[in-house]
Design a protein. Structure first.
Length: 524
């Protein structure tokens, strides 16, 4: 038996409740229905009005206007025209689908009358029957008058009603959109408030932990106690809002003297700089802890490094002979009482530069790497008393003493002594200053040292170890871990000097000595 053939009826009208198609089935055959179908307007507002009138919604139930059509039954005949000599029907501009299945495609149903034409409410049951009849008669007369008047103005009222319906539908759609936007905005505001509270809580917790606990303060900043931390901050005198600091603009490469609002308070900026020097946290991690941009972290660091270098550099760290004697350990008083300073060189590894000429200058044979070299001197009781600038790693220990200003006559008094290791043969430079060099003995071609020379070398090594301990204390600032990036070379002198000066605020390295005088007299 042959299968029943299914006939395609073409496109279907998209209006709710309308089943018009391009073709109909007549006597088992498919024939044209004779109806024209029109596309939706491209204008968004007009398209929305059409959808509201046919009770459809764009995107709901897979309804997409781009592939849907409306038949001519939904439009007034006067809005449909055919061009002279043409066969295709067209709609006049501004036409709307006002005829639908629920109003019999144009036949208006009885609707509620306007308030001005409604009859008055019935009287209460307590009224007399005569009064009730009279009211009914009046209502009938009024209704007849209203019907007569409505028949005269039916055409005008119909058109006005359609326009009001369109306006109401458009306003209702817009109101729904605004309500949805309002709900979304309220949700976004709540999420932002929660985020801001979390960020503020995170930063406040981190700062409060540092300034309330001595152990945490020592771990993150290097200061032994919170009291010392606050004393140094008071001495720096940056101002409550950083008024005494000129902000450095890292991206522009210049200082910004305008009174712009700081992203961080003075306390936060101070802690950020100390944490970077002590723990060497990455910039991204610091930006997370303090809720600022990466560029703001760089600007703050450069600004505060320069500021702290100037303020702490104003402290005279070169002690007098009496101050040295006061803090000198008992063992050194017995063996080398005239010692004024113990010196050594510190080498810090840096990244390999691209220039071969600069690479040759920075390369250190001792470290087998590119480095910078700094001459440091400490008092016999501990504490840095001399910090030179950073020099290329290829410079010798002897030359760095000459170039650094260590031999300035203003620093020395006749009878002073300098203690060093065998890498500093500088007796010829100290003799004109009436300063003695205390250094281990050399073999000078001999097989071994004499007994007195061995004892002297051991005594020198036992006392000179304090400078190694101070250098080790300096390297506890993890900014020196790994290789110093070339981007920090411009601030390297400031970093080294600040870390040395901050190390002086820690506890003495010798039990028999007191806190270095130059670190206590500053705050009197």
């Amino acid at each position: 038996m042959a299968k029943n053939r299914r006939l395609s009826l073409g496109r279907e009208c998209a209006a709710y409740g309308c089943f018009s198609r391009d073709y109909i089935v007549k006597d088992g055959e498919r024939v044209l229905s004779g109806l024209s179908f029109f596309t939706f307007p491209k204008d968004a507002a007009a398209k929305r009005i059409w959808c509201n009138l046919i009770k459809r919604q764009e995107g709901k139930d897979n309804f997409v206007t781009s592939n849907k059509r409306l038949c001519e039954l939904h439009f007034d005949p006067e809005n449909i025209h055919r061009a002279p000599g043409g066969t295709k029907k067209k709609l006049k501009e501004g036409s709307k689908p006002v005829r639908h299945a629920w109003n019999d495609f144009g036949a208006l149903k009885n609707t509620r009358k306007p308030p001005s034409f409604r009859p008055s409410p019935r009287k209460q049951a307590s009224f007399s029957s005569d009064q009730h009849k009279e009211d009914e008669e009046n209502e009938q007369v009024s209704s007849m008058a209203i019907a007569s008047k409505a028949s005269d103005t039916s055409d005008m009222t119909k058109q006005e009603l359609y326009q009001l319906q369109e306006k109401y539908a458009a306003l209702q759609s817009k109101n729904e959109e605004l309500l949805r936007e309002n709900i979304d905005l309220h949700q976004n505001v709540k999420e932002m408030e929660v985020l801001i509270e979390g960020v503020a809580s995170r930063k406040n917790n981190f700062v409060s932990q540092i300034i309330t606990s001595d152990d945490t303060c020592s771990y993150y900043t290097g200061f032994p106690t919170v009291a010392v931390f606050n004393a140094v901050l008071e001495f720096l005198d940056a101002g409550p809002n950083g008024e005494n600091i000129i902000l450095y603009n890292y991206q522009a490469g210049k200082r910004d003297a305008r009174g712009r609002t700081r992203a961080l308070s003075t306390l936060d900026s101070y802690i950020l700089t100390l944490v970077k020097l002590r723990r060497n946290f990455p910039v991204k991690h610091l930006s997370y802890l303090f809720d600022i941009a990466d560029g703001t972290v760089s600007n703050t660091l450069i600004t505060w490094l320069n500021f702290m270098y100037i303020r702490l550099g104003s402290i005279c760290i070169w002690p007098s002979r009496d101050q040295v004697a006061l803090a000198m350990p008992d063992s050194m008083k017995k063996t080398f009482p005239s010692t004024r300073c113990i010196i050594d060189c510190l080498e810090i590894k840096v990244e390999v530069p691209g220039s071969l000429h600069i690479h040759k200058m920075l390369y250190s044979e001792y470290k087998s790497h590119t480095t910078v070299k700094v001459l440091v001197g400490i008092a016999p009781g501990g504490g840095f008393t001399f910090i030179s600038s950073a020099y290329p790693g290829s410079i010798s220990d002897k030359n760095i003493v000459v170039k650094s200003g260590f031999l300035s006559p203003q620093l020395w008094e006749p009878g002073d002594s300098v203690m060093a290791d065998r890498g500093f043969p500088i007796a010829e430079y100290l003799s004109p200053l009436n300063v003695k060099l205390i250094i281990p003995s050399f073999l000078n071609g001999r097989d071994q040292l004499s007994e007195n020379e061995v004892v002297l070398s051991q005594q020198i090594a036992r006392e000179r170890i304090h400078v190694e301990r101070m250098i080790q204390r300096l390297k506890c600032y993890h900014i020196f871990d790994g290789l110093i990036p070339l981007s920090l070379m411009g601030s390297l002198n400031q970093i080294i000097s600040i870390c040395c000066l901050l190390a002086n605020f820690q506890k003495p390295i010798c039990k028999a000595s007191f806190q270095s005088t130059h670190t206590t007299t500053t705050f009197k």
